[in-house]
Design a protein around this ligand. Structure first.
Ligand code: F6P
Length: 545
């Protein structure tokens, strides 16, 4: 595998960066007033304005040439057609098959993948309908009013984020809670106040071997059986989502109440697989399919649009631009939508578990920086917390602003503007302030005392993307998730890494289990004495406990 950093395209970008680095966004806009109109892309319901980036048309040309050099076009096809692009696990990464519309076919290695996907979706929709209508009851004949999803990582973050995002569409009087952490406070807090007769547990785990999930599921089972007084209650109150039927049966969940997915769906790409079951129960099968249609719209755009007009390609290339040519370490994601409060956390797994790699797919060390650190909070809250650093700090923090034209609903308020307009005025103002700032002359001209002027200077030149959509709906949410899935893919392709494995999370899991005997008794850890610092901490823990 050739090293992308040795390509002429990479060198051209490095040389170009040296020119752009000295230019301010004020200047770029003054020199090219048409850029605001030109540097936009619309894909389905999503509209991206990338004019406030430290790029010119030439930059975009050089970046798309880099994408060509990295073979992005062929890689996209390889992903969509089910090639085993997850090389370290010898698997396809075929999450795009999860949103193939009914009637379309996709056969991979002789397997009717589209048929399998729709069979599971139909089974989920049927089950959801029965729970929502009250046809499916608990053990004592009462209807289900609360669904508790037990899962972690990709088996939690996707449905938890989407349930929060689409809470306004939960129309069957069924609410969801999400338990993930092995900290007992999580499950105890989530079980608190629940009526066992009306609670359904969805145990979600791709492997069905994850410590946190199995432990929480055992606690939940015991809680239920103790209260309903009969082991037989489990089959009415527990269903499973997994790829591992054997382990599901071992746990005691009726395989008839299991919803499957496949090893070609990565955990962090599984919201639109059966892992979305809790969400589907809350919002219904139809709304879930609208979400899939939103995913699909972006899939098609990604697969067919020319790179210079391709939203995920441009956003991925801009990520590479700042990471590798400006030395940026992080990307802030700032949704101006309270209901997207879990979106940054969801993106953290999607992006950082995917692209936090220091070897390439062929095992050679990477030479460039990889893996942006994603973080964020909804605006306007973030404005009153960490935006100070974004505006006047010494670091470059590119940011994605996400907003919607319409709220789901809004109350009447006395004043010149409604709450949603106030929210969005803030979003637009922030991107403008970040880009253009305020010069010392402008501040002095306002009569500011000289000694205060340097404190009030807003340097500007801080790059942002703005993503605008009509309304936060199941469809737009699907599109947003697909957009970032493909951004990750574009970056991973440029860096030459396998974005679909996650070996780095394994060692800590093994070491934790090795340490358990030392925490619970005076026995030495199974894997031998740990390092001196850890051994001392364990001793101290035992003294305190
Ligand atoms: O530990 C990381 C991880 O494997 C994630 O990739 C995954 O989403 C999560 O754990 C949960 O795994 P599972 O769905 O198999 O329980």
């Amino acid at each position: 595998m050739a090293d992308i950093t040795e390509s002429p395209e990479w060198s051209a970008l490095a040389a170009h960066q040296a020119e752009i680095a000295g230019r301010h966004l004020r200047e770029l806009f003054a020199d090219d007033p048409g850029r605001a109109g030109r540097m936009t892309v619309t894909a389905g319901d999503l509209h991206l304005d990338y004019s406030k980036h430290r790029v010119t048309g030439e930059t975009i040309g050089l970046l798309t040439a880099l994408a060509e050099r990295a073979g992005l076009r062929a890689r996209i096809e390889a992903m969509f057609t089910g090639e085993r692009i997850n090389v370290s696990e010898n698997r396809a990464a075929l999450h795009t098959a999860l949103r193939i519309p009914p009637g379309e076919t996709l056969t991979v290695d002789g397997q009717d993948v589209a048929g399998d996907v729709h069979a599971v979706l139909d089974k989920m929709a049927d089950f959801s309908r029965r729970v929502r209508s009250g046809e499916w009851t608990g053990f004592t004949g009462k209807r289900i009013t609360t669904v508790v999803n037990i899962g972690i990582g990709g088996s939690d973050l996707g449905p938890a984020m989407a349930y929060e995002a689409l809470g306004d569409y939960a129309d069957a009087g069924i609410s969801c809670r999400f338990v993930s952490n092995i900290d007992p406070a999580d499950i105890l807090g989530k079980l608190d106040g629940l009526d066992p007769e009306q609670t359904l547990f969805v145990v979600s785990s791709k492997t069905f071997g994850t410590l946190e999930t199995l432990t929480n599921a055992k606690v939940a089972r015991r809680w239920l059986v103790e209260r309903l007084g009969d082991d037989a209650a489990v089959s009415r109150h527990f269903v499973a989502v997994s790829t591992n039927a054997e382990r599901v049966a071992e746990f005691g969940i009726d395989p008839a109440n299991m919803f499957v997915f496949w090893d070609w769906v990565g955990g962090r790409y599984s919201l639109d697989a059966a892992i979305g079951l809790s969400l589907m129960i809350a919002i219904g099968g139809e709304a879930f399919r609208e979400m899939l249609a939103g995913f699909r719209e972006i899939d098609e755009h990604f697969r067919t649009a020319p790179f210079e007009a391709n939203m995920p390609v441009l956003m991925g290339l801009l990520g590479v631009w700042y990471t590798d040519f400006f030395g940026a370490q992080t990307r802030a994601v700032l949704p101006y939508a309270q209901r997207l409060s879990r979106f940054p956390a969801y993106l953290q797994q999607l992006t950082m578990e995917s692209n936090g790699k220091s070897v390439r797919a062929d095992g050679a060390p990477v030479v460039a920086q990889t893996g942006e650190i994603f973080w964020g909070e909804p605006g306007t809250n973030g404005q009153h917390a960490f935006y100070q650093l974004l505006h006047q700090g010494t670091r470059l923090v590119p940011a994605d602003f996400i907003g919607f034209a319409e709220p789901f609903e809004e109350p009447a308020v006395d004043g010149p503007a409604g709450m949603h307009d106030l929210l969005m005025a803030n979003m637009f103002a922030q991107t403008s302030a970040l880009a253009f700032g305020r010069t010392a002359e402008e501040i002095a001209a306002e009569g500011t005392p000289a000694e205060l002027v340097p404190h009030k200077v807003m340097p500007g030149n801080r790059p942002t993307s703005t993503i605008l959509a009509p309304k936060l709906t199941p469809k737009t949410l699907g599109s947003l998730v697909a957009l970032y899935e493909h951004v990750v893919f574009v970056e991973g392709t440029i860096w030459g890494i396998d974005s679909f494995d996650q070996w780095g999370v394994e060692l800590g899991k093994v070491m934790a289990m090795d340490l358990v005997p030392a925490l619970t008794s005076a026995e030495p850890p199974a894997g031998g004495e740990p390092d001196a610092s850890t051994a001392a901490l364990v001793r101290r823990y035992r003294e305190l406990r």
